[in-house]
Design a protein around this ligand. Structure first.
Ligand code: ZN
Ligand code: ZN
Length: 324
């Protein structure tokens, strides 16, 4: 068991699914001993997709909004805080009070709407340690604004319940250029500026741990900077857009022409993603931030079809709470 973590039902079932599918494949060709060897060979640094839906919040059943969890040496690193991130962390079996690091890729609401609420919920769950939050501007002003919004409640609870001052636990680290974001004994985090107009400060993050490298694209169209950042990475978690699904989505909205222009200029369609992943030479490509997010007529094969034309590595169609 990793320190500081509680394993809940969701994570156990995810692990069991991975274990059973791996075991079934193995039993066909080998005895039990190699199955054990395969399980113990799983990377120690964990990746959990907390939310896989792209686009602004729509209150409806379906994928949770953008959020990813990397657990390195038992410490959680949250990348993006789309709506529902705290609930998804709990469902993933990670105690909110274990929160230590947050990274925001850019300031569209499907990536940051629950940033303040995540630290608040961690505080309510017993947070006592410092939280470091990294992101482009205006993350400092947003953090200050959140304290103002909730000043009455926070100050009431500090006095009433002897809680530590949440405002002193959280430090917002703002950066506006690519490069090294942070480094500790377990991970090195590097950012590349990606292409997501009209947003100037949109970043992808690369986490290099001792046993694996994981890149989270954030939102971007085809970006040479992302290809460079993801070079030879073990895992690239990338946004994806389905052109056919997009056209169907646009038929339902009054601002179709403007929205089509924005989506095509600032996001990546399946075929271009295949080219990007091949150019970067990543071992595994994980699809997330699906646009459209909840069109069940788009099957997994349809999501991967365009990608496969150009990319020969492993492709995983992401789902909320999937562990990779
Ligand atoms: Zn987005
Ligand atoms: Zn965006």
């Amino acid at each position: 068991m990793l320190p500081g973590l509680i394993v809940g039902g969701e994570m156990i079932s995810s692990f069991r699914r991975n274990f059973l599918s791996g075991a079934a494949a193995f039993v066909a060709t080998a005895a039990l001993a190699p199955v054990r060897a395969q399980v113990t060979a799983k990377p120690k640094t964990r990746l959990v997709l907390l939310g896989t839906g792209g686009g602004p919040r729509i209150v409806a059943p379906g994928r949770s909004k953008s959020a990813n969890l990397i657990v390195a040496n038992g410490v959680p690193y949250v990348v993006d805080c789309g709506e529902g991130v705290a609930h998804q962390m709990v469902r993933a079996g990670v105690a909110l009070s274990a929160l230590r690091y947050i990274f925001i890729t850019h300031h569209h609401s499907d990536h940051n709407l629950d940033y303040g609420n995540l630290v608040y919920d961690a505080w309510a769950a017993g947070l006592r340690a410092a939280v470091e939050a990294y992101g482009p501007p205006p993350i400092k002003a947003m953090t200050e604004a959140y304290w103002q919004l909730n000043r009455f409640d926070i100050e009431t609870r500090i006095g009433d319940e002897s809680r530590p001052d949440l405002r002193k636990l959280v430090t917002a680290h703002e950066f506006n250029a690519p490069g090294l974001v942070m480094q500790n004994a377990d991970v090195k985090v590097t950012a590349a500026r990606v292409r997501h107009p009209p947003i100037v400060h949109a970043y992808a993050y690369r986490f290099d741990a001792a046993d694996r490298s994981i890149v989270i694209s954030g939102d971007t169209t085809t970006s040479p900077e992302l290809i460079a950042l993801a070079k030879d990475a073990d895992v690239l978690v990338s946004e994806v857009m389905h052109l056919g699904g997009l056209e169907a989505l646009l038929k339902k909205v009054p601002n179709a022409a403007t929205l089509r222009g924005h989506l095509l200029a600032s996001h990546i369609v399946t075929q271009d993603l295949g080219k990007l992943a091949a150019a970067a030479g990543v071992k595994t490509l994980v699809l997330t931030h699906f646009v459209p997010p909840d069109d069940n007529s788009i099957t997994d094969d349809m999501w991967t079809e365009g990608v496969r034309k150009h990319y020969k590595g492993e492709i995983i169609v992401g789902r909320d709470l999937m562990e990779i």
